[in-house]
Design a protein around this ligand. Structure first.
Ligand SMILES: [Zn+2]
Length: 282
């Protein structure tokens, strides 16, 4: 779709299955199963809706899905796709890995940064996008590469260290301009350095909310993921961000929604926010 002078395209970084309870934290299944019907293993299908932003001068990718490096066992656990779904989806959009000049990572969990690197024909770990600058928040990077045991599963270093070794990493600090027409809003909550990405062109604005509000079913303040490291911060920053989006008529982008990648939202009594116009793909 067109956003001012920019073209936005949904790029699937791959679908996967996950226990529905983990996506809704303290919300009882009796409530969330009305919105996501789980299978017999209690799993729900999730997408990784990455976004290609083409400005006319630049090809920018926001988030990279889980990539192509999972073992067969991991693939079975997550019900994830074989091959390299991200690169395949970019190819379908007429874009090669060489064409991407910037990769913005909302945060560094494996299902957002996994596609940042790949294993080449010689078995070497390399950045997936050889000509890209990878942009991440400094505090997020420091936490993700701290190598403490409790975070190893969330932040496999194979997704991260090759970016730094190749000299392709740019760390930013806080609510900064990332590129002309694109800026960061630190939300925290889901991870310490989690950011939303605001995309502005002409008088149009879209917000990639990342995992602070991963789907159209997560609009309520209390409907947060069990993975959030600071739940109270998520409950503060999510309604604040959704309020800004609703009050300004911006477009909300949902990173894990399997049915709708974007929507306009409005304030609503009792349920806080409601979806106005949802679209299946950009
Ligand atoms: Zn996450």
């Amino acid at each position: 779709m067109q956003l001012g002078q920019f073209t936005l395209t949904t790029i699937s970084g791959g679908r996967f299955l996950i226990d529905g309870g983990t996506m809704f934290g303290v919300v009882p299944r009796l409530l969330w199963e009305r919105r996501f019907t789980p299978d017999e293993q209690n799993n729900i299908a999730q997408a990784t809706n990455c976004v290609l932003v083409q400005t006319g001068e630049r090809n920018i990718l926001i988030d990279t899905g889980y990539g192509s490096k999972m073992t067969e066992k991991q693939r079975q656990i997550f019900g994830s796709e074989e091959g390299d779904p991200l690169v395949a989806a970019l190819g379908d959009a007429g874009v090669s890995v060489d064409d991407i000049d910037t990769v913005i990572l909302s945060h560094l969990h494996f299902d957002h940064a996994g596609g940042a690197t790949r294993i080449d024909d010689d078995g070497e770990l390399i950045p997936t996008f050889p000509n890209a600058e990878y942009v991440a928040q400094k505090v997020e990077w420091e936490v993700a590469t701290s190598n403490v045991p409790e975070l190893k599963g969330a932040y496999p270093l194979d997704n991260l260290l090759p970016l730094e070794a190749a000299g392709q990493l740019r760390l930013v600090d806080g609510d900064v301009e990332l590129l002309p027409g694109m800026r960061a809003i630190i939300t925290g909550g889901h991870t310490v350095g989690h950011m939303a990405v605001v995309i502005e062109s002409g008088d149009e604005t879209a917000v990639y909310m990342g995992d602070i509000c991963p789907s159209t079913r997560h609009l309520r303040t209390l409907w947060c993921m069990a993975y959030d490291v600071d739940l109270l911060q998520s409950r503060r920053s999510k309604p604040k961000l959704l309020g800004q989006i609703a009050d300004n008529g911006w477009l909300a982008l949902f990173d894990h929604d399997p049915d709708h990648v974007a929507a306009r939202i409005k304030r609503a009594e009792k349920i806080e926010f409601d979806v106005v116009d949802a679209v299946e793909a950009l």
